[in-house]
Ligand binder design. Structure first.
Ligand SMILES: CC(C)(COP(=O)(O)OP(=O)(O)OC[C@H]1O[C@@H](n2cnc3c(N)ncnc32)[C@H](O)[C@@H]1OP(=O)(O)O)[C@@H](O)C(=O)NCCC(=O)NCCS
Length: 183
């Protein structure tokens, strides 16, 4: 999918909305932080989402693939993929991948959708968008980590072809599944 683009998406209820999707740049940092903070504060179980530091988001805005969805001028969803580069942030490093393997692996790091825009399938759309980008960069595997109790996110990733390869304590001791998919 070529970005920016405008998409009309529907909820199961039939409700329709128009969204703009575009790649992000450094100037978007504040909006991303504010969206992440709002979503984090509204979580019924804060254990299911580990906030990503401002520093890492900025690093990714410079080096990785970051996209946001807007309704009008308001950012309502954001996603980020660490591209296939050697880094302690490459999830391949969590499972002992060598630098050569990391150069073929991407990590799906953030997906957040504002409560008012859930149910339009934006997470699955973000998965497809990032996978398309990953393939174009020569990656052959994608990783994601998900809290076992994060049922919507887990279902979306399982539906998208990801498989749980390990479950262990990760971010500040919170349990996470590590999922992987061949691209
Ligand atoms: C996980 C998340 C991105 C999914 O958003 P989404 O792509 O809009 O969800 P979907 O379109 O797949 O929604 C499917 C259904 O689940 C519902 N749903 C999705 N997330 C929900 C949530 N957190 N709470 C309650 N219902 C939710 C939708 O309303 C929809 O219901 P319907 O089928 O009755 O219409 C979103 O819930 C979110 O931002 N959660 C907080 C952050 C998070 O956990 N991110 C993922 C980290 S791995």
């Amino acid at each position: 999918m070529k970005l920016p683009t405008t998409l009309t998406l529907s909820r199961r209820s039939g409700e329709t909305e128009e969204f703009l999707i575009r790649q992000c740049e450094e100037a978007d940092l504040f909006k991303i932080i504010m969206l992440q903070q709002k979503i984090y504060e509204d979580l019924s179980d804060p254990g299911i989402y580990a906030k990503v530091d401002e520093e890492d988001i900025l690093d990714s805005l410079r080096k990785d693939y970051c996209c946001a969805v807007f309704r009008g001028s308001r950012m309502v969803a954001f996603t980020m993929m660490i591209v296939n580069r050697v880094s302690p942030r490459n999830y391949g490093s969590y499972v002992g991948y060598s630098p050569q393997q990391q150069e073929k692996s991407v990590s799906m790091e953030i997906t957040i959708v504002d409560e008012s825009c859930r149910g339009f399938g934006l997470q699955k759309l973000f998965v497809a968008l990032r996978e398309e980008k990953a393939r174009s960069l020569g990656a052959t595997e994608a990783f994601v980590t998900i809290g076992p109790d994060n049922k919507y996110s887990l279902q979306n990733l399982l539906d998208s072809g990801y498989e749980i390869i390990e479950t262990r304590p990760m971010y500040e001791g919170a349990m996470r599944h590590i999922l992987r998919r061949q691209l």
